[in-house]
Ligand binder design. Structure first.
Ligand SMILES: [Zn+2]
Length: 527
């Protein structure tokens, strides 16, 4: 037999967490054909690895790349981290299943995180949206059915609970999405229209998730405690899982400036629920602050009707006064750390804080935010500045690794790649875990770290044939130097590629060679 590609002399980390072994990997087509001593085998191409580590391509359980991939299918910021599969449709926010009018409405609403998709795109079903990417982008994509789209289709952009037939219809839509290849269902922390739901609605929808064999991905709710069991957060998610029987996966758990060093407050309720039979996993990204869209700062009464209705209100003096008051006095999250990442019509303000932008415009921060949402037609993305105190950043980093040490934890990036000043995680999340933090803290072995990025997520989300180096598995591979691999992206200079990742193979095709993207677009809709 002649192999298409043989990687020789690598240290193989097979993804399961077992110790590395020296062996060659032979690939035929898109799959691994053999692992062992292949020194006598014939191959069209041989890559000598000279002791570098080889792992299954990384599986990123949380990204928002579906928007940017339509314009930039090469996706170097993800691919060069060693990521070969991304789960999208997160936080209840994505475009399918949606009818054409609802797609236009929701695409406008989500422009700050997903950018502007082509308006003729067919998003009528999970099957249709998967087809837009299959073999057209550099990474494999797995989809979640987003809560926002389901609510929009059934009810419009309205503050009403789903009940009765509407709720049964929501369950049917989620079930159908999973039958068409989605790996589960997602809800967000504070994003409309999904945010209008109460716990009872989510329990019912998650019954359908369980029946269809999917996973419920929950970004713990903040605010609106009156709608949520236990006031929201992890407690609500665990209760939904307990009542519905659906497996739950918490999106990017981490400690913050306020909770650094108190990881147990997050994990104790999870462990108590797991003792009682709840099936729970989680993911985490290695940074002390996050990123989001400014549209979620608007109060619920301003959100009714969606994009066009919101823009009309933003232009109306009475509504603007009410919004300024809300931003200044009643917000659940402070505005001080807001640093703009994406402002397509005011790109000179990208990278500036809200306070700096307000000074430049000689007005207040709240007024500036109102003005920018209107000028940008809601397309405002921001990054929260990290804590200023280095010891606090380090404490959060330590918490990240403690959490990732749990066998039920996985690595993620939460890539939100729009604009000139994105979050550094878009370029650095996986190498930061794999190199910098692993070496700095010494608490996780390389094998365990790799398991959290490969086999762990593949098993959890049913990504058949991925996540391990094993004959018969898809040839998604990453070759790196364990001693030098690290992130270089920072909050100050975020668009910097990592170092120490030499080769990436996607479905048997060399997608990164000597640290450079080859232009190959071999990504598939998975599983
Ligand atoms: Zn997210």
């Amino acid at each position: 037999m002649t192999f298409d590609l043989i990687l020789t002399g690598g240290q193989l980390l097979d993804g399961t967490g077992t110790p590395a072994v020296s062996a060659d990997i032979g690939i035929v087509g898109e799959r691994i054909e053999a692992i062992g001593n292949l020194s006598r085998a014939q191959a069209r191409r041989v890559l000598p690895l000279r002791g570098l580590a080889v792992a299954p391509g990384f599986i990123d359980t949380h990204t928002h790349s579906e928007g940017v991939l339509l314009h930039d299918p090469q996706h170097a910021c993800g691919l060069r981290q060693g990521i070969t599969t991304e789960i999208v449709g997160l936080d209840g926010m994505s475009w399918a299943p949606l009818s054409p009018p609802n797609f236009r409405l929701y695409a406008g609403y989500l422009g700050g995180i997903l950018g502007d998709p082509p308006c003729e795109m067919d998003t009528g079903s999970i099957a249709a949206v998967r087809a837009h990417y299959h073999r057209k982008v550099a990474v494999n994509l797995a989809w979640l059915v987003p809560h926002g789209a389901i609510r929009l289709e059934i009810l419009g952009f309205r503050d009403l609970p789903l009940r009765g037939e509407a709720l049964r219809a929501a369950g049917r839509m989620v079930r159908q999405g999973i039958e068409q290849g989605a790996v589960g269902f997602s809800t967000g922390a504070a994003y409309y229209p999904g945010y209008w739901a109460d716990t009872r609605e989510l329990v019912e929808v998650c019954r359908a998730v369980r029946e269809a064999g999917g996973v419920y991905v929950n970004e713990p709710r903040v605010g609106t405690p009156e709608r949520a069991f236990g006031g929201g957060g992890i407690l609500e998610g665990l209760e939904i899982a307990r009542q519905s029987g659906a497996p739950i996966h918490f999106a990017h758990l981490r400690t913050t400036e306020e909770t650094a060093g108190r990881l147990k407050e997050l994990t104790d309720p999870i462990d108590r629920s797991k003792d009682q039979g709840v099936d729970c996993t989680m993911d985490i990204y290695p940074y002390p602050s996050g990123s989001s869209i400014a549209i979620s700062f608007l109060p619920g009464e301003m959100q009714e009707g969606g994009t066009d209705a919101i823009l009309e209100r933003l232009a109306e003096p009475g509504w603007r006064r009410a919004l300024r008051d809300h931003l200044e006095n009643r917000l659940f999250a402070p505005l001080d750390p807001v640093t703009f990442s994406y402002l397509p019509r005011n790109s000179h303000l990208e990278g500036k804080t809200l306070a700096e932008a307000a000074r430049l415009r000689e007005t207040s921060p709240a007024q500036t935010l109102c003005d920018l949402l209107l000028e940008e037609e809601l397309r405002v993305g921001y990054v929260n500045a990290p804590p200023a105190i280095p010891a606090l950043r380090e404490a959060i980093d330590r918490d990240c690794l403690h959490l990732l040490a749990r066998p039920d934890a996985m690595a993620c990036s939460d890539i939100t790649p729009l604009g000139s000043a994105p979050h550094p995680r878009c370029y650095g999340a996986f190498p930061r875990f794999l190199g910098r933090l692993r070496r700095q803290f010494g608490t996780l072995s390389l094998e365990t770290m790799v398991q959290r990025m490969t086999d762990g997520p593949a098993r959890r989300f049913g990504l058949t044939g991925r996540g391990r180096l094993q004959p018969g598995y898809f040839a998604d591979l990453v070759v790196f130097d364990p001693d030098t691999v690290t992130d270089t992206a920072t909050y100050e200079d975020p668009r910097q590629f990592p170092v120490g990742i030499h080769w990436v193979v996607v479905n048997g095709q060399v997608a990164v060679e000597g640290g450079r993207c080859t232009g190959v677009l071999a990504g598939q809709a998975v599983p």
